[in-house]
Design a protein around this ligand. Sequence first.
Ligand code: FAD
Ligand code: SF4
Ligand code: SF4
Length: 839
Amino acid sequence: MKKIVVVGNGMVGYKFCEKFVSQTNSKSFKITVFGEEPRPAYDRVHLSEYFENQDAKALEMASRAWYEEHGIELITNERITHIHRSSKKVSTTKDLHYKYDYLVLATGSSPFVPNIPGIEKKGVFVYRTIEDLEATLAYAKKIIGKSKKAVKAAVLGGGLLGLEAAKAVMDMGFEPHVVEFASKLMPRQLDTRASKVLQEKIESLGIHVHLSKATNKILGNDVITGMEFGEYDKIDVEMLVVSAGIRPRDELAKTCDLKMGVRGGIIVNNRMQTSDPEIYAIGEVALYNNMIYGLVAPGYDMAGVAVDQIVGDSKERMSSAIDMSTKLKLIGVDVASYGEPFMPVEKGYSIIYENKTKNLYKRINISHDGKKLLGGILVGDASDYNMFHQIYLNGLPIPEDAEELILGSRGEGGSSFGSVLDIPDAAQVCSCESVTKGDICCLINEGDCDNLGDVIAKTKATTGCGGCKPMVVDLVNETLKSQGKEVKETLCEHFSFNRQELFDLIKINKVKDYDEALNLFGEGDGCEVCKPALASIFATITMETPNKQVAIQDTNDRFLANIQRNGTYSVVPRIAGGEITPDKLIVIGQVAKKYDLYTKVTGGQRIDLFGAQLHELPLIWKELIDAGFESGHAYGKSLRTVKSCVGSTWCRYGMHESVTFAIEIEDRYKGLRSPHKLKGGVSGCIRECAEARGKDFGLIAVDGGWNLYVCGNGGATPKHAVLFAEQLDDETVVKYLDRFLMFYIRTAGPLVRTAPWLDKLEGGIEYLKQVVIEDSLGIAEELEEEMKGLINKYECEWKQAIENPEMMKRFKHFVNSDDTDDNLVFVPMRDQKMPKAWN
Ligand SMILES: Cc1cc2nc3c(=O)[nH]c(=O)nc-3n(C[C@H](O)[C@H](O)[C@H](O)COP(=O)(O)OP(=O)(O)OC[C@H]3O[C@@H](n4cnc5c(N)ncnc54)[C@H](O)[C@@H]3O)c2cc1C
Ligand code: SF4
Ligand code: SF4
């Protein structure tokens, strides 16, 4: 029996074993795998998810039982220290010796830690293993718990991994700072303009960015207290995560004289053989084509080639063209680059679409003959990434006017290409698992699979870096549709139900929280689509405020405030119907003066206060609440304002008291969480000074009562509200509104406003009238009862937060601090202040 020893049980070492067992069940090989880490291989690509649940098992690639089942001996917590080529043996830290016939080196890489004076101090970490994350988390808990002020932490490196680490640092409760040596973020993947757009996005999340900074020194005695870039250029930080690149773990090659690259890495040929043909190197330790590929997909290909060489027909060779396309896995920030992101003039030309107001940047690089897509960059909206990637990889034809790819055929900034079914069957959709479009469609066409889960289980597509998931979903859906099958709309990959179904399931089963819902009806760990969507469902069913399940809220709901472009927050107290007493106006003025906030009257008839730092929010809100204000929910997907004109009280044209009615309605629905924001308006006559027809619901006073309009909005796609019922009395208006709003909340998809919801509603406005006015579904009473229950349970979430020490924990380390953020620079503007960056 031939012995195969695999050194390294990381992602690629594991993949070697998996491919080995799927290719042969021959009993003539015995595999022994050594892993230095204490646990079996886990999904390093999704390492950051460990911060959320600290569940190492959830990341495991395969259990110990799997190795046993396939006759593979897995020895963890054991490092190989030497290779003895002459005797074909390896020895371990415990001085044990193992013989091999074939040796596979899959030792990966380690984080590169630059030799900066002081880098060894306490509080400096790297980001590679579960143990690294555990150490970072333990340290973070210790220092954040002690401090009463904002604690800053830096990440050294503004590349893909550095930005992922910065988000993790922020989620730990630090004020995050990214320090990058180059003059732009993600210098390897993005051009300068794209990088600038990305920087704005990153900063809007509250992550501070420092570019062109060479760190001279890590400051502090035994423990890090700051970073020095120049004599007068430093930042105070209490923790540092180094993410400055990787170095191959090639130390074993030195013990046995294998050929190595000048800058490290074990040299391999296209069969993955090292300079000793019986020793293979795969993954991030292998130097192939003079390059180390820091991505998982090439590592998986290498594993396949090595297996084929050892047990197969040895035909397979590593391709010379390695695809380095990447997509950033940062919540709320869409960034991708594929093929050749930068375009040398001799190869082709570029078309760039930039929309500064929407923070969008799209670049495509086209061959000189205009026939091929050679690469490109997407920032702000990467939804076209998979399609562009396929066009690039497979050399698919592009429109005659290439700009249509990013501008759409009418130049509207959309994109135009055909269906996913148009790509060739041989196109590789999942590069990690080498799954082609044909593999997926074939499974469905031949009746082996009829849903996404089965396709994933059979092909393993999407289980590597996960970048291909949207395309695999599209392929499955489009193939099913082409067979005339109904395709179910689902919330996301974690829940195979739509929002309406989940709403009912949660309600009927009296589910209490997100984890229970995931357990009962979902799978995996959840994502940024399903978490806020379920938060909104819980809020509607139980009037649960965001203080309850903080972890599943989006950033604005987590901090009960809208984050602004310089990382500060806005404070928006409710001013129902736009009516405010002089005393309350004075309080707003006093608070704004005390905390030096920029004040502005908004289109919703209230006063926004801008420029508050996170630690100031509870202090500001305490003063406002003491003066009788409540949260204005400007941060939530919930009722914002009900705008009113002065109506019959003051206006000589007024037919009814629009202010009184607007206040009554705003107070009735305040805090009501919904699929998207909701706005209302009440005008005292048809002159429409409150612009009620530009709102989700609007009332216009007419002879004999109110005319009710629904499903309008202003914004980017303005839509006039539609006349729903005429000459209603106050009571009937409220009844219809209760029913209408509750029906919308129950049935709309996440982030769908009332106007597009009505557009999609089968039967349109007439159907809506039947449900709400004629009670055609027999649910009117239920809808009213539900609404009443929610109204009775209303509580101001800011009052809740400042009165409850447990809820205040997320603000706690900022409370009572007079410290301000040194990085925030304001300049005067018309007797107020504005952030310097706006210049
Ligand atoms: C946070 C993070 C996010 C990432 N995101 C992405 C992404 O989005 N897309 C992508 O394509 N890639 C991503 N990567 C990179 C990807 O994880 C790597 O390309 C992949 O893990 C490489 O696999 P490997 O098996 O070669 O190395 P590793 O996963 O590092 O495994 C090597 C293993 O060998 C062990 N070992 C080393 N020396 C010895 C020895 N002498 N004896 C015994 N054991 C030894 C190590 O302890 C380690 O467990 C990410 C990496 C990180 C850290
Ligand atoms: S406030 Fe509204 S309209 Fe004005 S810049 Fe911001 S998003 Fe645009
Ligand atoms: S809508 Fe009519 S009632 Fe209201 S302010 Fe304008 S004119 Fe007066």
